[in-house]
Design a binder for this molecule. Sequence first.
Ligand code: NDP
Length: 292
Amino acid sequence: MTAQIIDGKVIAAKVREEVKAEVAKMVAAGKPAPGLATVLVGSRVDSATYVRSKQKACSELGIESYGHDLAEDVSQEEVEALVKQLSADPKVNGILVQLPLPSHLNEEAVLQSIALNKDVDGFHPVNIGRLAQKGREPMFVPCTPYGCIYLLEQAGVKIEGANAVVLGRSNIVGMPAALLLIGKNATVTVCHSRTRDLAGVVRTADILIAAIGKTEMVRGDWIKPGAAVIDVGINSKPDPTREKGYRLVGDVNYDEAKEVAGYITPVPGGVGPMTIAMLMKNTLRAAQIQNP
Ligand code: NDP
């Protein structure tokens, strides 16, 4: 069997087009364009790159972006004061605090100072708590897990009743992905670094979401024939044939897995483009809630 490729680039482009059209409609109706504030602390190159990509996406879709770059040694009080000021600013509909924060800062307290109706990253403790509770809805769903579920749904994969295995239990990917799958009536197993017989557990999965950050760790013979495989991992693998000397690969050995799986996302071009697309979708929704 050769898997159907779930093309995240195409699906993300469609989401972005839909957001762009809705933004244009809002503006044509005399409403303000949605606004997204980004808060970047310190000088991590990867974080700065992610924030720039998010700002670029905003400008392509007609969303205003307001960048706030803070020094590495900024105090807890200063970060919280900025987030509270943005929470009260009517031009700002969504607030994104780029994680991870430097270790001297209390991440949970910063996230808690974001107004709930502007929490477009979905990491406010109340939003995560609601995601974990039966019959309650978060205002916003974290973007990468939201993208994973969106890809499954767009590919027509049946989630209800499926055995789903999530590799990884991080706050930003693994755990919210597992909670979303439970909310959609899958039977979910969450694996982590202390899981015994990982391969055996993965073999039970009708749906696999891999988010461990380990280069091509999941092998083809771990995959149940016909399974849907969503590979969140982004790892660089040495490749002397490339100018940069490396290429990006996932947590799943793609060449092996695509011969067994029913559906699979490539890396790059799978989950990656969805994260920003879902952030744009959440920002539009925030603006629609705040300016009905
Ligand atoms: P974290 O490092 O926060 O979490 C990794 C998780 O994987 C942990 O729960 C850890 O277990 C588990 N794990 C690590 N090693 C193993 C192992 N050998 N066997 C089983 N479980 C293991 O990573 P993130 O969740 O932030 O990111 C995961 C991957 O997804 C990374 O490659 C990252 O680059 C990528 N990513 C991609 C995004 C996108 O837009 N496509 C967005 C965010 C992340 P334990 O809890 O026991 O330590």
